[in-house]
Design a protein around this ligand. Structure first.
Ligand code: GDP
Ligand code: MG
Length: 489
């Protein structure tokens, strides 16, 4: 394909940015760590716990530079990017530790700078600057649109919406499409209602009973400050297999807005944020997908293929790669592992590994080291063995958030309960097998599903002796070792 003017300008801007970053990097070693994941995957909680642990002496035995005492101190510094909101660490932490509630959900990009003073293994004192960038995974899933025409995106979106379990959720939108004539005159009201019905369909797919992951364009569900603007007022149309949009037609109008979406939303995100990352954490709420059943899991797999594709796009940008290699480590982390007994943590990891392996293989070589971990950024449960008849069940203890229901009794937020969360299958393949092997919430009633996880409140903090209390976690130190261990040698 011929290089377009737009791409040349993009490359030039990227390389100017890379040069500036490179200069700064030379005097002041910096790691830009992206934390992403779909809405509710656990980004805010993960970043808050990470910063709290690093700055307040968390328990990280597997994070070598920390465990051996080579990290003298980690402190927050002013957020360096003027146009990006600061990650609101202090309020999120207060919610978790003082109010024992989960932080409010966030819908935008944010950033925070952490400076780590450490001693190299050879004894020299050094400083590493860690810029943590929190951004919605929905935006990442938009990057493949850059290489897709409106016609192709339309056809793909429609085909996907005709599959189970999406089809019934798309019924109203499909009925509306049937009334539209793509070649007919452009019509703002038709575009508005198509965009609204399309968005409602996407939202229904995201509902926890279905837990679909692959729902671009990302801003339709997370509009930020663009809600209602023309760049967000388009939708797929049922188009002929070939031909071009007649001038002044609805088709031409939708196509124009689709291109505007790419220019106003997707390209700036790629250029200003994504292309500058060095390392990446992709948080995955795999348990939500298990809860919903095999269809959700296959959809999650497709989304991860899309995400790995993005890392390949990120690297193929020629000029930017001249200055320093871009994303060289990617960690996929299954979050909220504290909902399972530890006997199932390895199984959760294996299930995610199985999803990612397939995605990595299909996305060709990303040129980055990839690892997989099952973790809980904040461990809200403890473990116990509960006797039931002659059996001893490995159970977890926690305080359900107010309003959670088990059986028909809603919890008040003050009572601790023991639950038996169920084991994950030893063979991850069973989770994907479909009919019969596994019953998710989308295909059965709450009583007959295999998994149903209660939501627990954050834990009551206990301090050990004179030490300030730290947040309990599962395997966050393993994540840190993979992400930063080599940069703190
Ligand atoms: N038990 C438990 N729940 C978590 C954990 N992390 C996140 N959650 C739950 O997931 C929800 C969404 O987390 P959040 O960090 O806001 O997700 P984000 O949208 O990706 O930023 C929280 O409100 C919690 O209910 C964890 O480590 N353990
Ligand atoms: Mg968030």
């Amino acid at each position: 394909m011929a290089i377009r003017f737009q791409d040349i300008v993009e490359e030039a801007r990227l390389s100017a940015r890379a040069l500036k970053d490179y200069g700064e990097h030379f005097f002041n070693p910096t790691v830009r760590l992206g934390i992403t994941g779909l809405s509710r995957a656990g980004k805010t909680v993960f970043i808050t716990a990470l910063i709290h642990g690093l700055t307040r002496g968390g328990r990280f035995p597997i994070f070598e530079p920390f465990a051996t005492g080579r990290i003298a101190r980690a402190r927050l510094e002013p957020q360096p990017d003027d146009a990006v909101p600061r990650f609101d660490y202090e309020s999120h932490l207060r919610a978790l530790t003082e109010q024992r509630r989960w932080p409010n959900s966030t819908v935008d990009i944010s950033e925070l700078r952490l400076v780590i003073d450490y001693q190299r293994q050879n004894g020299a004192d050094r400083t590493l600057t860690l810029d943590i960038v929190d951004y919605p995974g929905e935006w990442l899933l938009d990057l493949p649109l850059l290489h897709k025409s409106y016609e192709r995106w339309s056809a793909e979106s429609l085909a996907l919406s005709r599959e189970w379990p999406r089809a019934p959720l798309a019924a109203e939108w499909h009925a509306h499409i049937a009334t539209l004539s793509a070649a007919g005159r452009e019509d703002e009201q038709a575009a508005l209602s198509a965009a609204r019905l399309f968005t409602e369909y996407l939202r229904a797919c995201r509902d926890e009973r279905f837990a679909m992951s692959l729902l671009p364009p990302g801003r339709f569900l997370m509009p930020g400050n663009l809600a209602g603007s023309p760049a967000l007022t388009f939708a797929p149309l049922d188009l002929p297999d070939d031909g071009v949009a007649p001038e002044g037609s609805l088709w031409a109008m939708m196509s124009r807005r689709y291109e505007a979406y790419k220019n106003v939303v997707v390209r700036p995100f790629f250029r200003d944020h994504f292309a500058r990352l060095d390392r990446q954490v992709v948080l995955v709420d795999a348990l939500a997908a298990f809860n919903a059943g095999p269809d959700a899991l296959h959809d999650l797999e497709a989304a991860l293929v899309g995400i790995l594709d993005c890392f390949r796009i990120g690297r193929s940008s020629l000029l930017s790669s001249l200055f320093r290699p871009r994303i060289d480590r990617i960690l996929f982390a299954a979050t909220k592992a504290d909902h399972l007994h530890h006997s199932s943590h390895d199984r959760l990891e294996a299930a995610l590994r199985r999803i990612v392996a397939k995605a990595a293989w299909r996305a060709e070589d990303t040129g980055a080291a990839i690892d997989v971990v099952a973790l809980a950024a904040v461990r809200a449960t403890r473990e116990a063995t509960v006797a039931r008849g002659r059996d001893k069940l490995p159970s977890i203890l926690g305080t359900p958030v107010p309003g959670e229901i088990a059986g028909d009794e809603p919890f008040d937020g003050g009572t601790e309960v023991a639950t038996f969360p169920g084991d994950l299958p030893a063979d991850a393949e069973e989770l994907f097998a479909g009919e019969g092997a596994f019953r998710g919430r989308s295909s059965a009633s709450a009583e007959t599903t295999d998994f149903r996880f209660l939501r627990f409140r954050p834990p009551q903090l206990e301090s050990l002796g004179a030490e300030p209390p730290t947040l309990p976690h599962i395997r966050v130190d393993r994540a840190l070792q993979f992400l930063l261990g080599d940069r703190l040698q």
